[in-house]
Design a protein around this ligand. Structure first.
Ligand SMILES: [Zn+2]
Length: 251
């Protein structure tokens, strides 16, 4: 009998990474809308005749049939919803996708549903697949990810004194969790200064539809460095994929 029980469930997911297990299986790390990050086994997926073969590619968006296992869930079916890699040969798109997947994987605990993060990732993967310069999507993605995780930097008003930052220079204070005004600026030698147009850009990068600030898609150089500072502080390290991405940006 086919039916739904507590042990089977359906989900929509995006493939973050996979590694081989045994002779024919793979363990997939998926980010799902219903349950957040999930590790699951694709049994026999490396056999050519597998029903799952070719459907669980990196950052593919899939409808999943799942069975709850004792330690790992098992993928029983996968239907492709969207496959971004019509331009699979574009290394910058690939590197950008790797960075996005790495950050979602690093920041999100298993079995913690984060529907806003899922929507953000799904939209970002779809956007990068058609972008001329995929790497330019990264700062907005990173800032919105921090926002969706509840740790987005305060950028409308000084993080220390709450004075509005409109039309003024500001400094990125990563430890305080936001931008600081001239009176409250951090005095570290490497404190990152933002000109007024960079502050406006930073606020636009963080904005979502419906906000008072109009969303912007592309970051200024200083705003990019500020986003990078906040992200690195929360992650506790530089993202591994950012090195790969820097290579493409330079070349
Ligand atoms: Zn202040």
């Amino acid at each position: 009998m086919i039916g739904s029980s507590a042990r089977t469930y359906k989900a929509h997911g995006i493939v973050l990474r996979a590694r081989n297990l045994g002779e024919a299986d793979r363990i997939f790390t998926l980010f799902t809308d219903e349950r957040g990050k999930v590790h699951a086994v694709g049994k026999g997926v490396r056999r050519p005749k597998s029903q799952l073969a070719g459907r669980l590619e990196f950052v593919a968006e899939v409808g999943l049939g799942m069975h709850r296992g004792r330690t790992l869930d098992v993928i029983t079916s996968a239907d492709r919803v969207a496959r971004p890699w019509t331009r699979i040969v574009d290394p910058a798109a690939f590197a950008t996708a790797h960075l996005m997947a790495e950050l979602i994987d690093a920041f999100c605990e298993p079995d913690l549903p984060l529907p806003d993060v899922y929507a953000l990732l799904r939209g970002a993967i779809r956007a990068l697949a058609v972008a001329d310069e995929p790497a330019r999507l990264v700062p907005r993605f990173e800032l919105r990810l921090l926002g969706a995780l509840g740790v987005g930097p305060q950028c409308g008003a000084c993080v220390h004194c709450d004075d509005p930052l409109a039309a003024a220079a500001a400094w990125a204070d990563v430890e305080a969790g936001g931008l600081a005004c001239a009176g409250c600026r951090p005095h570290a030698a490497d404190a990152l200064a933002l000109e007024p147009h960079d502050v406006a850009n930073f606020r636009g990068l963080a904005a979502v539809r419906g906000d008072a600030v109009t969303p912007v898609l592309q970051a200024t150089a200083a705003a990019t460095r500020a986003v990078d500072g906040f992200l690195t502080w929360h992650l506790g390290r530089r993202p591994k994929a950012s090195l790969l991405l820097a290579d493409f940006a330079a070349g």
